[in-house]
Design a protein around this ligand. Sequence first.
Ligand code: ADP
Ligand code: MG
Ligand code: MG
Length: 252
Amino acid sequence: MLKIDNLHARVEGKDILKGLSLEVKPGEVHAIMGPNGAGKSTLGNVLSGREGYEVTEGSVLFEGRNLLELEPEERAAAGVFLAFQYPVEIPGVNNTYFLRAAFNAQRKARGEAELDSMQFLKLVREKLKIMQLSPDLLNRAVNEGFSGGEKKRNEIFQMALLEPKLAILDETDSGLDIDALKQVAEGVNALRSPERSFIVVTHYQRLLDYIVPDFVHVLAGGRIVESGDSSLALKLEEHGYAWVAEHGEPAG
Ligand code: ADP
Ligand code: MG
Ligand code: MG
């Protein structure tokens, strides 16, 4: 589904990703861990086509297509979803309106008919079974005054609506208490399927108790330096990232 080969990327003239390779097959959940500043968010931003992130070398294929030459909207239409580490607040824009605009933009880009507000509300009710949001959160301005947990749940809800093939979750656990973390993890788990893949970026092992990944990778210095199964996250929790630097064999 996703094949990243020798990816190099630069932000503000600074080389951040330095030869990152990763392959994700349908239905797989890959966790990416690593120290602060390793380039985890940069990877998500490069994959979603965010402005200011320049790819200088390497390739990214998504279902056989060159992802890097697609516009961000085209990537979303192709089925790539990125949940940001810091969800933006959009004062004055009603959340349901925003969700419908995002949903319809994707439909339009795929050449599908847009949903009117009645049809969309029906879909919203259906998707609320996956990720509960209070009606209050649907009617307020996007993320405005939402707690950390509410913002993350709102993003998972958005993901449930958009039904991506590949979802990239960037530190979806940051700032969440244990109950909110479990709710968010349950929402993600409800969306796991043999066709849908996830890249879950996280600092801490805790989230991976609830979203159990098929693979864990350590990103350090702009490359994947260690890969393993879910037990690798436990080793990292115990020994810290310095352990990888000492004992990990740089991959690729
Ligand atoms: P992580 O998510 O692993 O903590 P990031 O990908 O956010 O790391 O950042 C990697 C490095 O790139 C850091 O040194 C950070 O300061 C730098 N960086 C990321 N985004 C930008 C940006 N928009 N402008 C300048 N530097 C950036
Ligand atoms: Mg960080
Ligand atoms: Mg980050």
